[in-house]
Design a protein around this ligand. Structure first.
Ligand code: PAF
Length: 273
C-alpha cells in the first residue's frame, strides 16, 4: 500500500492509474463500518484510495476537535490488510490555506436535523469532500447510510456542481445486539452502551409497525419516543428520501432518523424503508 500526504503528489500519481478508482473518505479511527465501505469499493473498483483526515472545518466552536480519536498506526495496518491501494494522509496545511474559498450547505437541507444542532457543520463537510474529490478524482465514492444527511447533501452537491463521481451508499454495520457502529461508541461506558441499544430498538419497532401497515407518522414517532425514554432525544424524524418531512410514510421512499444523547455522547442512527 502506497501512502501519500501531499495533494499534488497524489494527483500526479493517480494520473498514472487507468483503472476505475474507488474512494473512501474517512476521519480515521477505522472500525468495521469503514471496512464495509472499503470492501464495497474493492468489489467494484480495481484501485481503492482511502483518505484519513480529521477535518477541522466540520467541527464547531466548543466541539472538541483535539479529542477526536486518532489511531494512525492501527488505521494504516487496517487499510493495508483490507487491500487498500493508496492511503492519503494529509495534514491540515496540505488541505487548507489561510484565506479559503468554501462551500455552503443548502439553506434548508443543510440546517435541519444535524444541521440544526450543529449549524455550519455541513459547510465544512461539503468543503472538504469537494476538495478531496478534486484531489482524488474518483470514479466511485463510498459513504455510509448511517450518516444519512451527510450522504444526502454530498449526493446533492455532486448533482448540483455537475461532478462526475458516482456516490455509492453503503448499509450501516451493527454489533450483534443492534448498536450501529460509530467512532463515537468508544466514549460510552458499559452502562451507557446498554442504554444506547434503545436507539436501534426504537428503529426496529418502527420497522415492525411499518410491516404491520401502521403507517401514521405520529404513531410511529410516539412509539419510538417511549422506547427511547429516558434518553434525551435530539430528534426522531420521518422523512422521504429527498429529506422532506412526511405525515404518512411510503414504503421504498422513507427514512426514519434518530439522534439521542447517551451520557454526553450524541449518537445517530436510522433505517431506510
Ligand atoms: O463521515 C466522515 O467521516 C466525514 O464527515 C467525511 C465524509 C470523511 C468528511 O470529513
Amino acid at each position: 500500500m502506497k501512502i501519500i500526504s501531499d495533494a499534488f503528489e497524489l494527483k500526479a500519481y493517480l494520473k498514472t492509474i487507468t483503472k476505475r478508482v474507488g474512494f473512501v473518505p474517512t476521519m480515521g479511527a477505522l472500525h468495521d463500518g469503514h471496512l464495509s465501505l472499503i470492501k464495497a469499493a474493492k468489489k467494484e473498483c480495481k484501485f481503492v484510495v482511502v483518505s484519513i483526515f480529521v477535518n477541522p472545518t466540520q467541527f464547531l466552536a466548543g466541539e472538541d476537535l483535539a479529542k477526536y480519536p486518532s489511531r494512525d498506526e492501527a488505521d494504516k495496518k487496517i487499510c493495508s490488510l483490507a487491500g487498500v491501494d493508496l492511503l492519503f494522509l494529509p495534514q491540515v496545511k496540505d488541505i487548507y490555506g489561510s484565506d479559503e474559498v468554501s462551500l455552503m450547505a443548502p439553506n434548508v437541507r443543510g440546517y435541519v436535523l444535524e444541521g440544526a444542532t450543529r449549524p455550519g457543520h455541513f459547510n465544512g463537510v461539503l468543503t472538504v469532500v469537494n476538495k478531496l474529490f478534486n484531489i482524488v478524482s474518483p470514479d466511485y465514492a463510498y459513504f455510509g447510510k448511517k450518516d444519512a444527511q451527510q450522504l444526502n447533501l454530498i449526493t446533492l452537491m455532486v448533482k448540483q456542481l455537475f461532478m462526475s463521481v458516482k456516490i455509492v451508499p453503503v448499509d450501516t454495520v451493527r454489533e450483534s445486539d443492534g448498536l450501529a457502529l460509530s467512532s463515537r461508541n468508544i466514549y460510552l461506558s458499559v452502562q451507557e452502551r446498554k442504554e444506547a441499544l434503545k436507539i436501534s430498538r426504537a428503529l426496529y419497532e418502527a420497522s415492525r409497525m411499518v410491516n404491520r401497515k401502521e403507517l401514521a407518522v405520529d404513531d410511529i414517532k410516539e412509539a419510538m419516543s417511549k422506547i427511547l425514554e429516558p434518553l434525551e432525544i435530539g430528534y426522531v424524524e420521518v422523512l422521504n428520501r429527498d429529506f422532506e418531512i412526511v405525515q404518512e410514510l411510503e414504503i421504498g421512499n422513507t427514512l426514519i432518523l434518530v439522534e439521542a444523547l447517551v451520557g454526553t455522547t450524541r449518537l445517530l442512527d436510522n433505517i431506510w424503508l
